[in-house]
Write a protein that binds this ligand. Structure first.
Ligand SMILES: NC(=O)c1ccc[n+]([C@@H]2O[C@H](COP(=O)([O-])OP(=O)(O)OC[C@H]3O[C@@H](n4cnc5c(N)ncnc54)[C@H](O)[C@@H]3O)[C@@H](O)[C@H]2O)c1
Length: 262
């Protein structure tokens, strides 16, 4: 099975940091032309430079995923410079900790609206804008970056974030069900706890607290390699699925099956 992405134009949202940057680098390493987008252009440009330094092809553009007109103009620019997008990674998100997204009675409606705009409306707009070109080409792959927070509740935290991430799964399946027969696949990847910084002490604390079954912390490359595989022909029989990449956190009940200090 071919894992190469030569000849593909891949757009990654939130590519200026963490998992998004990891996805951009992994897709480029497989041969895709990568359009690194982020609401923070300077960080997307850094990603783009890293790809070029490694011998890949990349361009950086500013994109606030919640803005439909921004999607329209970014995709027009990409079409003109590189050709139509055939791989979309809907990765950008507003994190619950950043948004002040807590329990339902402890968060404002403004927080709910802001989180839903970026984390659910954004991916929907992206898919809606790339689908016509993908359908015209008869091929395409859309990956939604959801979260294990869509599958399991976290007390007093991330009400809007978890709801948006669960919504992405419904969106994934309806896109797959509607457009799969016309060559466009749509899957979701659900990371567990992925360390995007390099603070090893807090990484170890996270590892213990989350009850993962793999004795190391998750890193962006774990997610990025999964996304690259799904985007390639090697993933061509996978459609409408949610791939959980969490080191086994959701495979068991941590409080019951594993001593926290073992
Ligand atoms: N890190 C984890 O443990 C983890 C776990 C589960 C799911 N995820 C998901 O993975 C994805 C990436 O997470 P990360 O940890 O790398 O986060 P991060 O905060 O490091 O990166 C998010 C990126 O998205 C960008 N962004 C924010 N709002 C935007 C907007 N409106 N438009 C465009 N870009 C915007 C930010 O500038 C940033 O570069 C997110 O969808 C997140 O929900 C992460």
């Amino acid at each position: 099975m071919d894992t190469s992405l030569h000849g593909r134009q891949a757009l990654v949202t939130g590519a200026g940091s963490g998992i998004g940057r990891g996805c951009a680098l992994a897709l480029a390493a497989k041969g895709a032309t990568v359009i690194a987008t982020d609401i923070d252009l300077a960080t997307a440009e850094e990603t783009c430079e890293q790809i070029r330094a490694a011998g890949g092809v990349s361009d950086a553009l500013p994109l606030d995923v919640a803005e439909d007109s921004a999607w329209e103009s970014v995709l027009a620019t990409v079409r003109e410079r590189h050709g139509a997008v055939t791989v979309l990674v809907n990765n950008a998100a507003l994190k619950a900790s950043v948004a002040g997204d807590r329990g339902l009675l402890d968060s404002s409606l403004e927080v709910w609206d802001r989180v839903l705009a970026t984390n659910l409306r954004g991916p929907m707009l992206g898919a809606r804008r790339v689908l016509p070109d993908m359908l015209a080409a008869g091929t395409g792959s859309i990956t939604m970056m959801t979260s294990t927070a869509a599958l399991y509740g976290i007390s007093d935290f991330a009400t809007a974030y978890s709801s948006a991430k669960a919504g992405m799964i419904g969106l994934t399946r309806t896109i797959a069900a509607t457009y799969g027969v016309r060559g466009v696949r749509c899957n979701a990847v659900a990371p567990g706890v992925i360390m995007v910084g390099d603070d090893s002490a807090s990484q170890e604390a996270f590892q213990r607290a989350t009850g993962g079954l793999v004795e190391r912390t998750g890193v962006p490359a774990d997610i990025a390699e999964t996304v690259a595989f799904l985007s390639s022909d090697a993933g061509s029989y996978i459609n409408g699925q949610v791939l959980v990449v969490d080191g086994g956190i959701t495979a068991h009940m941590p409080g019951l099956s594993r001593s926290q200090d073992s």
